[in-house]
Design a protein around this ligand. Structure first.
Ligand code: ADP
Ligand code: MG
Length: 696
């Protein structure tokens, strides 16, 4: 594809091209992440202030923003330093004061000459029984009344940027905005009565009532849709490129699966069987598979993954399963090894810790096709790793990888089928945002025999009591996790907190009873600590969130989470999912540091009410912004500037089906609407998508 369309050049040019924006202001804006006119245009107001003119401030219920015409009275410069400068003014009905701190008298004399009329606008407050406006937002001549908008947009601000500046910059950017060809489906646009792109921007930046700022406003809907549609076009392009690339059909015989199922002490759930069948169908076809396996913690994704891997082994190929951490990779190995042996399948592990001769031997066995299934960390995707015949790659706990990384993985193995697994149940609109390029299998049924986890909220003030209870539980042979608080985003601080708690619990419960794992430990030590807990040698495992995903110790039936209020809901749900895996009744204690905020309490209460991951995720989305739901740092969810995934959830589904259909009808984006869609992709900086078009 050729470069950025010329019509967009001004919007991607320098900020200083905007009227009234000099190099210094441009720098300030740039520091706040607004580096070009396009960014200014896409920064929509959050709120609005009513600045319609009134006759008087007399009946105002302060504090309230008011615009009135006044006659300027006497000036009262401060008698002592640090006191404010006051100017008395009179409107149609009453007298009040304008108040300025650190003001220059000569400037105020020029701004507000005694005896003259001015229009002032600002927030009226009552101080010492006197109505006053501190630092009015606007002071203009009555003849310049139109300089004060009747309803003034309020923009999100960063340090050093004022509303006035945003107002000026957005006006100038609107002047510069070109008319763009329409990329939205004409029928959809007509049905929704959406304005053209440029009109939508003009309206969104010039709200006239609070209603104009609501997510249902047609201009804002259209602009949100543009963003979502661009994103879904990117995903749909990725999907169509990967579907177009031929896969290797892998037709399993069922022989190995049969042996493994016979060796299993339980039967697969209906959902597991269904998911395996869906995957087998993909593997058999000559399309390349790009599928998501979504299932709450404990829903049994590992078995599904292994049966899928056996399918390609039966067909004579190899498979690889990648976990996000070393601990999880080892646990997969240990859990799967007996099953692999029962089927005579060679399973090996490869992680960053494999070095030297041993590593070389594994690589050789892999290249010779002697290893059938490899599990490991991202080390399995290093350059020097060569498979004899890799057919299936499985990525566990996908929420740690974003769309971008997934696309890179797709680019790597030419015909490799890809299955990603996530334990994070997310609301549909987010699932579409994050996984819109994939087909989805859902494990919506938990294996039988689980006992619900009893969840309680306990204040840290009752720590001694909690430790005492823990001592009793340990005496009864129970095992417990103790998760330490997430103090800021620093592993070092987490570590200190965990070590501190470890020492105290060891002092209280006895030497050898308590173990410790955290991210900063040397890997071998971490494994050893983990292994002692799995074997039941240690009864209490103090940990940072390294145990968050996947770890499976069925005998552990107590989960303590310290400073639970500092964790995200999804994370708490994940952590709690580590217990309730055996047949004994499990307990989860959410230890909180009082006082809890209103929303903090509400969040913890949701966990107490339900174990349904989907419900929790919906509540989470309702209470926080979309970007935060999964924990921004780890989420693969793109940040949308203006689309509101909660309140405009319907738009995402619309964007996905529209994008898929559109690409189906015009795969090379050659029609006029296709050309327009390219412009949209450039406008939305979807460079990944732009590259995919060039590929296709
Ligand atoms: P997750 O989906 O969280 O990765 P796992 O695959 O770790 O779940 O499975 C959780 C536990 O459930 C494991 O101990 C596993 O052996 C067990 N399990 C899986 N499938 C079944 C089943 N169909 N019936 C009984 N137990 C099962
Ligand atoms: Mg798992």
């Amino acid at each position: 594809m050729s470069g950025r369309p010329e019509v967009l050049f001004p919007l991607f040019g320098a900020l200083t091209a905007l009227e009234g924006i000099g190099p210094k202001t441009a720098q300030t804006l740039e520091n706040a992440g607004t580096s070009k006119p396009r960014d200014v245009l896409m920064t929509l107001p959050l709120a609005g202030v009513d600045r319609r003119r009134r006759a008087s401030v007399r009946d105002v219920i302060a504090p309230e923003t008011v615009t009135v015409e006044v006659t300027v009275g006497r000036h009262y410069p401060p008698k002592t330093r640090g006191r404010p400068y006051r100017v008395h003014v009179t409107d149609a009905q009453t007298e009040f004061q304008l108040v300025f701190f650190h003001a220059r008298g000569d400037y105020l004399q020029r701004l507000l000459p005694t005896g003259q009329r001015r229009l002032v606008s600002g927030k009226v407050e009552i101080f010492d029984n006197v109505a006053q406006i501190v630092h009015p937002d606007h002071v203009v001549l009555p003849s310049e009344a139109e300089d004060i908008p009747a309803f003034e947009p309020v923009y999100p601000l960063h340090a050093g940027i004022t509303q006035k500046l945003m107002w000026k910059a957005t006006r100038a950017a609107l002047q510069m905005a070109p008319d763009l060809p329409e990329w939205i489906d004409p029928a959809l646009k007509a049905k929704e009565s959406w304005p053209d792109w440029r009109d939508a921007l003009t309206q969104a930046h010039n709200p006239t009532t609070p209603n104009d700022l609501s997510p249902d406003n047609s201009a804002r809907q259209r602009l949100a849709y543009d963003e979502l549609f661009a994103h879904q076009m990117t995903l749909a392009l990725a999907r169509s490129v990967s579907r177009r690339s031929k896969g290797r059909p892998s037709q399993g015989t069922g022989a190995l699966q049969k042996q493994v199922l016979a060796a299993l002490p339980y039967k697969p759930t209906g959902a597991q069987t269904r998911a395996v069948a869906e995957i087998a169908t993909d593997l058999k076809s000559d399309h390349r598979m790009n599928r998501l396996l979504q299932g709450d913690v404990g829903s049994g994704k590992t078995l599904v993954a292994f049966l899928a891997l056996l399918c390609v082994v039966e067909a004579g190929g190899q498979g690889v399963m990648m976990a996000p951490t070393e601990i999880l990779a080892r646990q997969h190995l240990e859990g799967l090894q007996p099953l692999a042996q029962s089927a005579g399948v060679r399973l090996e592990i490869l992680t960053g810790r494999d070095k030297g001769k041993e590593r070389a031997a594994k690589l050789a066995a892999l290249a010779a096709g002697e290893i059938n299934v490899l599990v490991g960390t991202h080390a399995v995707f290093q350059k020097d790793i060569v498979f004899h015949d890799l057919r299936l790659a499985i990525i566990d706990e996908q929420h740690r990888f974003g769309v971008a990384q997934r696309m890179e993985l797709g680019a790597k193995g030419a015909a490799v089928d890809v299955l990603v697994m996530t334990a994070t149940p997310i609301p549909r609109s987010l699932a579409l945002a994050q996984y819109g390029d994939m087909d989805v299998s859902v494990l919506d049924e938990k294996p039988p025999g689980r006992t619900p986890v009893k969840t309680a909220l306990v204040s840290t003030g009752r720590m001694d009591e909690v430790v005492e209870k823990l001592r009793h539980a340990v005496a009864e042979g129970r095992q417990a996790y103790w998760v330490c608080p997430l103090v800021e985003e620093s592993e070092i601080v987490d570590m200190t907190a965990a070590e501190e708690r470890f020492k105290r619990l060891r002092a209280a419960l006895g030497e050898g009873v308590v173990g410790l794992v955290h991210g900063q430990m040397p890997p071998a030590e971490k494994d050893a600590a983990m292994a002692r807990f799995v074997a039941g040698d240690t009864k209490v495992l103090v940990a940072t969130t390294v145990i968050e995903v996947g770890v499976n110790v069925p005998n552990a039936s107590i989960m303590m989470i310290e400073r639970a209020e500092s964790f995200g809901l999804a994370q708490l749900h994940q952590l709690r999912g580590r217990v309730g895996r055996g047949s004994t009744a499990s307990t989860c204690l959410l230890l909180f540091q009082p006082p809890l905020s209103e929303s903090g309490r509400r969040r913890l209460e949701i966990l107490r009410e339900t174990e349904d991951g989907f419900r929790i995720s919906e509540e989470d989305l309702a209470m926080r912004g979309a970007g935060d739901v999964i924990g921004t740092a780890q989420s693969g969810i793109p940040r949308f500037r203006n689309a509101d995934l909660e309140r405009q959830a319907g738009l995402m589904a619309l964007a996905q089906s529209d994008a898929r259909k559109f690409l189906h009808d015009d795969p090379t984006l050659k029609s006029p609407r296709g050309e327009a869609a390219r412009t949209l992709l450039w406008l939305m900086e979807q460079d990944k998508a732009i590259r995919l078009i060039s590929v296709g």
